[in-house]
Design a protein around this ligand. Structure first.
Ligand code: SF4
Length: 423
């Protein structure tokens, strides 16, 4: 038995262990075990510094899970988009392939609780129908192996799957979604990476949520994957009490880069039953993103997304940087709150030589808080210097006889963000 397998065996998992180790009432512990079993391996357990800290919250069962009756069992509608067992086919050229129900740790916030834990939740017998589906659907060029955690499979089993996938000519890319580099980095052995690299191009998506998870062990694991030519990217989840803080996030993302892991997505927490206590407001996520952009390298900034409930897929969300837009210009603020104007290209039309100066006026009482409203006088036309306007808008809204504008004409654009943007 390999070390990582032994560590799985040595995990805290029974009701009695939960009661004894974490002081949870026995009846509550039984309820939690029934709802979603625990698995905390000795490595991840050792990262806890004190009760209730960000590591504890991610792995120790919490009574709040039982109080949540509003969340969805399958918030992303993966089962509804599953044409055959173990496959979710949501996007045109990609498919999700569930290969095991087991994980190196059971995360209390897991979106896929319904599939994870007991070995009967994903049947290995049904892999064959999944392969057949992938073979038949020639539009699928990217397969994301997930679960559970595919790196819970033995090297031999994993190789069987990779070999079979590689026999399907239209599958160009294989991605392995695995939390092992974070929760049980001992799983990343030289033998494993030597096997995986035979089936390139292979990518690994991993899942670090807090800078304390970046340890000498996880650094070594990610380095081994990178050395084998396997690009590793990270998908973090924004969670209350875990990482809902810009400084924590900045530390996480910059440390990930140092261990050669590219921050890829930051998700708003899904509306999963039993995980409502982890959810934050969208404003919190936007605030964090705003405090990252410009303050650290772009490489360290993930896409901030909501995985749309009901299976809509990932939708990117950005803080409001564009304050105004019309046919001729985009008014933007940068990370410091300074305002800039970018002139639109009108390649087929004669441009005016200069544009009308814009006076930016702080707008009060805009409950949307986006300050993007123009004031209805969006003409560009001429600058009143006798140049007869460019009339180039090709747009009746903006032209407005602009050549008649006085020399000192200033366009006013109401912007709410001016005074509040010195973040
Ligand atoms: S490793 Fe992934 S699938 Fe497994 S419990 Fe954690 S979040 Fe869920």
């Amino acid at each position: 038995m390999e070390l990582w397998q032994q560590m799985i065996r040595d995990s805290v998992h029974s009701v009695d262990q939960i009661v004894e180790k974490f002081g949870i009432d026995k009846t509550v512990a039984e309820g939690l075990d029934e709802f979603f079993q625990a698995r905390i391996n000795p490595y991840y357990l050792s990262l806890i510094r004190e009760p209730g800290d960000p590591i504890w919250k991610q792995c120790v069962p919490d009574k709040a899970e039982l109080d949540d009756i509003e969340g969805f069992e399958d918030p992303l509608q993966e089962d509804a988009m599953s044409p055959v067992p173990n496959i979710t086919h949501r996007y045109p050229d990609r498919a999700l392939f569930l290969t095991t129900s087991q994980c190196g740790m059971y995360c209390r916030f897991c979106t896929r609780k319904r599939k994870v834990g007991n070995s009967d939740k994903i049947s290995m017998k049904e892999l064959e129908s999944a392969f057949k589906y992938l073979e038949k659907h020639t539009e699928i060029r990217d397969v994301v192996m997930s679960g559970g955690d595919p790196l819970m499979l033995t090297d031999a089993m994993l190789e069987k799957i990779l070999k079979r996938l590689r026999q399907i000519p239209h599958i160009e890319i294989i991605r392995i979604g695995s939390k092992m580099p974070c929760v049980l980095p001992h799983r990343i052995t030289q033998k494993l990476v030597d096997m995986i690299k035979k089936y390139h191009p292979i990518y690994v998506n991993t899942h670090f949520n807090h800078p304390w998870e970046i340890t000498p062990e996880s650094t070594k694991a990610c380095g081994m994957l990178a050395d084998a030519g396997i690009p590793v990217s990270n998908q973090a989840v924004l969670m209350r009490g875990v990482n809902d803080d810009a400084e924590v996030m900045r530390e996480l993302f910059t440390k990930l880069l140092k261990i050669r892991v590219r921050p890829y997505y930051l998700y708003m927490a899904d509306e999963t039953r039993g995980a409502n206590h982890f959810r934050t407001s969208l404003d919190k996520g936007l605030e964090i993103m705003q405090k990252l952009r410009g303050y650290t390298s772009g490489l360290a900034i993930p896409h901030f997304v909501i995985d749309a409930p009901g299976g809509g897929g990932k939708i990117p969300i950005l803080p409001q940087y564009v304050l105004h837009r019309d046919n001729d210009r985009v008014v933007m603020r940068n990370y410091k709150g300074d305002i800039f104007v970018y002139r639109e290209a009108h390649n087929d039309e004669k441009e005016s030589e200069t544009s009308i100066p814009i006076e930016l006026v702080e707008k009060k009482d805009d409950s949307n808080g986006n300050g993007t409203n123009g004031n209805g006088s969006n003409g560009n036309g001429s600058n009143g210097n006798g140049n007869n306007g460019n009339g180039s808008n090709g747009n009746g809204n903006n032209g407005n006889g602009s050549s008649k504008k006085p020399k000192n004409y200033k366009e006013k654009i109401e912007v709410t963000e001016i005074s509040s943007s010195n973040n």
